[in-house]
Design a binder for this molecule. Sequence first.
Ligand code: ADP
Length: 262
Amino acid sequence: AEAQLRQSQKMEAVGQLTGGLAHDFNNLLTGISGSLELLEKRIGQGRVESLSSYLDVAQTATRRAAALTHRLLAFSRRQTLDPMATDVGELINDLYQLLSRTVGPSVRLQTTLSPGLWPTLVDRNQLENALLNLGINARDAMPDGGTLTITSSNREVTDDDALMLDIKAGAYVVICVADTGVGMPQDVVAQAFDPFFTTKPLGMGTGLGLSMVYGFTRQSGGQVSIQSEPGQGARISLYLPRVAMTTAPARPGNGSQAALPA
Ligand code: ADP
């Protein structure tokens, strides 16, 4: 639980930092980009064409940096969640095409439609983004192809498990995103949720994907956990709380879904 607290404090600090930083950085980039454009025009008028290739490079780099700041901004904005009662299985089904295009043709995407899933109270956009982030990570972990399996199921979390997971005991829908990729050693698992932690080559990863997934599940009253070993693939589990029942069970003793914890 202490690690969880440290994690949320880190998230908070990084959120504030990146908000201000991204904004100022973006203003600077606008200036750089404008100047480069003017320079390019002047060079075009004179006879110093050889310089323009350098300017091309600078332009491209500037554009990439701008794209990064947009991502930072999206990350740091006090995301106002718009939670709605959501059938997670349906959402995954609707996202299938986009997910499969995201992971590419070398990854086999398997999703199981689980009937009778409890509704969860989540921000649908954020859940979609979280699943896309996990899809991108899985793709990157399977450079030679593999299988990405997404399953969802109902789970009653008991007191003991709740303590371990640092969530309330009760009813959750668990989404498992499992790949057959390179997996992670324990020290990577331990840092994977840290903002800006990445093992990917420069320019390939931001280190923000999993910290966004973490932020989203915690804000939703749930949890995210990683099971992975080198060479054994990775399994990311998202716990999302079931929509709280607002009315008492109408017919006690009918044995259906009345088993909500006190
Ligand atoms: P990024 O993907 O930009 O590096 P993330 O926060 O999404 O940032 O992930 C952090 C790190 O966790 C990755 O750089 C990688 O080392 C590790 N990781 C995440 N997902 C997986 C996965 N499915 N398989 C193996 N390693 C992973």
